[in-house]
Design a protein around this ligand. Structure first.
Ligand code: COA
Length: 388
């Protein structure tokens, strides 16, 4: 039996190329989250930090540094790394510790700063998150690995490059409504198809950018949330999954086993099915990833997602809006922060802070975030709580 856990505050920096240090970025998001929860740092009993490449900005062992800078040096912190899925994997650890009753109130913060290293260096650094012996070390970068998945999917399910482009167009449309998004630019299918090829069939506009940024949330017990007098959101499902680290170790590369497993656990825990989800923030590091995700999460049958996207089912006004924030594609992908940023979007949507991109009438939302090509993944489900 676990205790109910809620999100009572959230904050985020803008995502993009940021000039501040990694610690300054982290603190800015932490302070926003603390203020939005109406608490002081002294209310925080533990800190969970997700980050991958702190070393690129000369800071590892980030948790105690952040806690010290918040004026709570004696509060234990833990830094967690799970590649691009670090934020959600860390969020689950924070959730589990509150659910188990170890703490009443914790900070969960994700941060990344890489853009100053440049595209070539960032591509090399990120390839260390693959199964380097088989993949990165042989020149298979992430765009290359996702390009293989795209080709396999297009062949098996008769999808086209236009089908992939539709995902980018929709996410850029949403990102335009998000002042904190990295790439805020209206694009057309033609723009995507004519953008430079990065790894065939993926083009520049099929890819997420390299981003800096930080996102933070305050997790707490239900009792703490009620007493806070602030708006809050309840976590009703949590799941984690794993896949063979290298793409070549998988039987079928048009699905990601870790997503399927994590989603199954989260739905079971929440006692709901995919049909009950009102909107989702999913891991669209490349357009093909979103197509695969929304099938693996059970929103569409295998091979049917491309058509659903084409028909508008995943737009803000569609049956199941996907990535109202703009997703990794437009909002950006500061890898240590991404999974937490998705939770910030859910909090903003459910507490009236998503002006202009609000999913009308939404009450249940899902977040999905994975590491590398899906070696690790976590899925969370949230319920809006109406304070009377
Ligand atoms: C797509 C990619 C190769 C582009 O790199 P690049 O060509 O060096 O791009 P630059 O940073 O020089 O930017 C060039 C222009 O394109 C824009 N841009 C860069 N990446 C973009 C993207 N993914 N989508 C849209 N626009 C992008 C920049 O804003 C810039 O525009 P400007 O000239 O108007 O300022 C790079 O962003 C990439 O590899 N992304 C994938 C990151 C990744 O693998 N993440 C992990 C996922 S698992």
């Amino acid at each position: 039996m676990t205790n109910k856990v809620c999100v009572v505050g959230a904050g985020s920096t803008k995502y993009g190329k940021l000039n501040e240090s990694i610690i300054e970025i982290a603190l800015s998001a932490a302070v926003d989250a603390i203020n939005s929860a109406g608490i002081t740092p002294k209310d925080i009993q533990a800190g969970y930090i997700s980050n991958v490449f702190g070393v690129a900005d000369r800071q590892v062992h980030m948790a105690p540094v952040i806690m010290s800078n918040l004026g709570i040096p004696n509060v234990p912190g833990l830094t967690i790394e799970s590649a691009c899925g670090s934020g959600s994997v860390m969020f689950r650890e924070a959730y589990a510790n509150v659910a188990a009753g170890f703490y009443d109130c914790v900070l969960a913060l994700g941060v990344e700063k890489v853009t100053h290293t440049g595209t070539a260096r960032s591509t090399t650094l990120f390839s260390y998150c693959s199964d380097f012996f088989y993949e990165g070390g042989n020149g298979a970068s992430f765009p290359g690995l996702f390009a293989s998945m795209a080709r396999a999917y297009m062949t098996s399910h008769k999808a086209s490059e236009e089908d992939l482009a539709n995902v980018a167009v929709k996410n850029h449309e949403n990102g335009l409504l998000n002042p904190k998004a990295h790439v805020r630019k209206k694009i057309t299918v033609d723009d995507v198809l004519k953008s430079p090829v990065v790894a065939d069939p993926l083009k520049l506009l099929d890819c997420c950018p390299f981003s800096d940024g930080a996102s933070a949330v305050i997790l707490c017990s239900e009792d703490f949330a009620k007493k806070s007098g602030r708006p809050y959101v309840e976590i009703i499902g949590s799941g984690r999954g794993a896949s063979p680290a290298a793409v070549q170790g998988r039987e079928d590369i048009t699905t990601i086993p870790s997503t399927v497993a994590a989603a199954k656990q989260a739905y079971k825990m929440a006692g709901i099915t995919p049909k009950d989800i009102d909107f989702a923030e999913v891991h669209d590091c490349f357009t093909i990833a979103e197509i695969i995700d929304i099938e693996d999460l059970g929103f569409f049958p295998k091979g049917k997602a491309a058509r659903a996207v084409r028909e508008g089912a995943t737009r803000l006004t569609g049956d199941i809006p996907v990535n109202p924030s703009g997703g990794l594609k437009s909002k950006g992908h500061p890898i240590g922060a991404t999974g937490v940023g998705q939770v910030v979007e859910v909090f903003d949507q459910f507490t009236g802070r998503a002006d202009g991109r609000e999913v009308k009438g939404a009450e249940i939302a899902l977040t999905h975030n994975f590491g590398a090509t899906g070696a690790s993944a976590a899925v969370h489900i949230f319920k809006k709580v109406d304070r009377k």
